[in-house]
Design a protein around this ligand. Structure first.
Ligand code: CP
Length: 308
């Protein structure tokens, strides 16, 4: 697999590549249980450069690198704690950090920033989320979760719920759906947070059936996967705009009683109020398993980028 940087989901929208990543992830999970992870990153340094907050992505890359025998340098609020405050450009920052490390994981508020970074970086760049653009490593771990839960990533009905306008994990997943067989998509969002036309066109071009609705109750019996997303406060211009839409969709025990026994609830997390904690103990609540899967998928990506 000849992959230099991880920038967009589309780079991985290939059956063989996905299969390889799934099997690497599964193998790392097995080896982790045996406390026997090969130290293939010994002598290598990962730089986590985060301009936006993160819990899962940053920590899972940290832990993935450490478990593989490598080391980590990190800044969790790069906009405040790096020389960006003195006016340094992103490209200069990348050229410098690329001289100190073997791989850079970047989360930035500007769409296209990871691509910009990759053009000047002497080391691989991993896009950990670029504004409302993409979050390819999240989409990969999401697909890995579906593969583990169902034993396949084809012939499934998938319901995307919440902020489909700004949700970068949703955008990355749409690129993958277009490569999968037998996928039906249900899009559930408030009218002002609908999936952008360019992503709907990707579905149409791939002959994927999809329907849009604003009513989650209309799809309770239709999906295998409910992919719930947060209404993202930080993407709204005013607090009032956010307040109007917050709490639009709620997954609670009453909702769980209406969906099928074989369905699962996924969420990239963090959640706010869209999934009630009462659902957490339901076996169909897959979101914490999903977050754990991220650790192994990120190990697999490090192996692909640096392992050889
Ligand atoms: N899913 C996700 O990207 O979580 P974090 O923002 O905590 O990294």
């Amino acid at each position: 697999m000849d992959i230099k940087h991880v920038i967009k989901a589309k780079q991985f929208a290939d059956k063989e590549i996905l299969n390889t990543l799934f099997h690497y992830s599964q193998e790392f999970e097995r080896l982790d249980k045996e406390n026997n992870i090969p130290q293939i990153m010994k002598g290598k340094i990962l730089a986590n450069l985060f301009y936006e907050p993160s819990t899962r992505t940053r920590f899972s890359f940290d832990v993935a690198m450490l478990k593989l025998g490598g080391q980590v340098i990190t800044t969790e609020s790069a906009g405040h704690f790096s020389s960006v405050t003195k006016g340094e450009s992103l490209t200069d920052t990348i050229k410098v950090i690329g001289g100190y490390s073997d791989v850079i994981v970047i989360r930035h508020n500007i769409v296209g920033s990871a691509l910009t970074a990759s053009k000047v970086s002497p080391v691989p760049i991993i896009n950990a989320g670029d504004g409302i653009g993409e979050h390819p490593t999240q989409a990969l771990l999401d697909l890995y979760t579906i593969w583990k839960e169902f034993g396949r990533i084809s012939d499934l009905s998938i319901c995307m719920v919440g902020d489909l306008l700004y949700g970068r994990t949703v955008h990355s997943l749409i690129h993958f759906f277009s490569e999968l067989k037998g996928i039906t998509v249900h899009l559930v969002s408030p009218p002002s947070l609908k999936l952008p036309e360019k992503y709907k066109q990707i579905l149409r071009d791939a002959n994927i059936e999809f329907e849009e609705t604003y009513d989650l109750n209309k799809v309770t019996d239709k999906a295998d996967v409910f992919y719930i997303t947060r209404i993202q406060k930080e993407r709204f211009a005013t607090k009032e705009d956010y307040e109007k839409l917050k709490g639009s969709f709620v997954v609670d025990n009453a909702f769980m009683s209406k969906i099928s026994d074989g369905a699962i609830i996924m969420h990239p997390l963090p959640r706010v109020d869209e999934i009630k904690p009462e659902v957490d103990d339901d076996k169909r609540a897959a979101y914490f398993r999903q977050a754990k899967n991220g650790l192994y998928m990120r190990m697999a990506l490090l192996k692909v980028l640096l392992g050889n």
